[in-house]
Design a protein around this ligand. Structure first.
Ligand SMILES: Nc1ncnc2c1ncn2[C@@H]1O[C@H](COP(=O)(O)OS(=O)(=O)O)[C@@H](OP(=O)(O)O)[C@H]1O
Length: 362
């Protein structure tokens, strides 16, 4: 078992996604303020939301406390639409989860570089994969806590010089995740991929629409009251894009030095540049460079020239890069306005300007 730092990746391109690597000392730690002795991060965003609600503006309800069953998995989802309620077993298991996390840490996982080891429960999806170089749970099966723990225990331990990664989109917006991950491995590194929250919402909606063509239009779902222009921020497709709000929860536990933000927009135009920053953040040699990518015009995305485990180039799957439906420009404008203050807060918190307001003017 190694004591390398942990890694969690959250992807905000459509949903939120994540990769986690863990190892290192487990400690029952409190919030960041308790570790550093610094004043806790002021929850600006929450304060701002309260002020808005008081003045009759778009109300942003507290996050639904649904079904997170562990720091490393959740029954909640990141996609829009109605999520299934967690089953009773999942709910009953909540209190045992932290110890589950310790098991996970013990069992976590290094694998030969080519072997993918993951315990992922894609939120909002019927499928899941728990694998140790191969699937041991089939897609479509219900992932119970027992199955998850069994799967975890089959995973090999992390060896010196290896990084274990886990990707779960919904952790970023799951209330208890920061605390649980922190108490499991406070040196976990977090990677968050973000894109313009308006585009993210449309992508999220497009994904749901592809599975449930009967859902109302984006324009209908986006408003509580369209005549009054009141946004429905309880719609998960919109709520997830309030990045500052979610980040605030993480900053209560993790210093910014342990969080890396990837621009989803830059990832398309300059994948090697974004990957260079990721490799630096992880303390890795810059092995993935420009020469590994080519731009596939048909797909509209960069593809990998030739992954190690295959002789063919590898592009994003068919569920990525779907054509988005045309959304009423007034609705887009309204959403840009809605997100603007939250985006500004997010830029300030991260020290990075993602320039989403420029897209608004295009
Ligand atoms: N590597 C890379 N670079 C740039 N953009 C990417 C990448 N991978 C995924 N995407 C875009 O992200 C959207 C899907 O997000 P997720 O991969 O999180 O989807 S999912 O929820 O896990 O299915 C989806 O957005 P849309 O195509 O706009 O719908 C993907 O195209």
């Amino acid at each position: 078992m190694t004591n390398t730092a942990g890694l969690a990746l959250y992807e905000f391109s459509r949903s939120v996604g994540g990769v986690q690597h863990w190892g290192g000392a487990v400690s029952a730690a409190g919030p960041l303020s308790a570790i550093t002795g610094q004043a806790p991060v002021v929850p600006f965003c929450r304060h701002f939301i309260q002020q808005r609600a008081n003045s009759g503006e778009d109300e942003i309800p507290p996050p639904p406390n649904r079904g997170s069953i562990g720091p490393l998995m959740t029954s909640g989802g990141t996609r829009s639409g109605h999520l299934p309620a967690p089953d009773s077993e999942v709910c009953a298991s909540r209190d045992r989860l932290l110890s589950g996390a310790h098991i996970l840490q013990r069992a976590a996982c290094p694998v030969p570089a080519k072997l993918i080891t993951q315990a992922v429960w894609p939120a909002g999806d019927s499928g899941h994969t728990v694998s140790r170089g191969g699937k041991i749970a089939q897609r479509g099966m219900k992932l119970t806590l027992q199955l998850y723990i069994r799967a975890r225990d089959l995973m090999p331990s992390t060896l010196e010089g290896q990084i274990t990664m886990e990707k779960t989109p919904s952790y970023f917006v799951t209330n208890d995740a920061p605390k649980r991950i922190h108490s499991m491995a406070r040196d976990t590194k977090l990677i968050i991929v973000v894109r313009n929250p308006v585009t993210r919402a449309i992508s999220d909606y497009t994904q749901t629409l592809s599975k449930r063509p009967e859902i109302p239009t984006f324009e209908v779902l986006a408003f509580k009251n369209r005549t009054l222009g009141l946004i429905d921020a309880s719609w998960s497709a919109l709520r997830i894009g309030i990045y500052a709000l979610h980040l605030e929860s993480w900053m209560q536990y993790f210093p910014l030095s342990q969080i890396h933000f990837v621009s989803g927009e830059r990832l398309i135009v300059d994948p090697a540049g974004e990957m260079a920053k990721v490799q630096d953040f992880l303390g890795l040699k810059r092995i993935v460079t420009d020469k590994h990518f080519y731009f596939n015009k048909t797909k509209g995305f960069p593809c990998l020239k030739k992954p190690e485990d295959s002789s063919a180039p590898r592009c994003l799957g068919k569920s990525k890069g779907r054509t988005h439906p045309k959304i009423d420009p007034d609705v887009i404008r309204r959403l840009h306005k809605f997100y603007k203050p939250f985006n500004m807060m997010f830029y300030q918190m991260t020290g990075q300007n993602f320039q989403w307001e420029q897209e608004e003017n295009q």
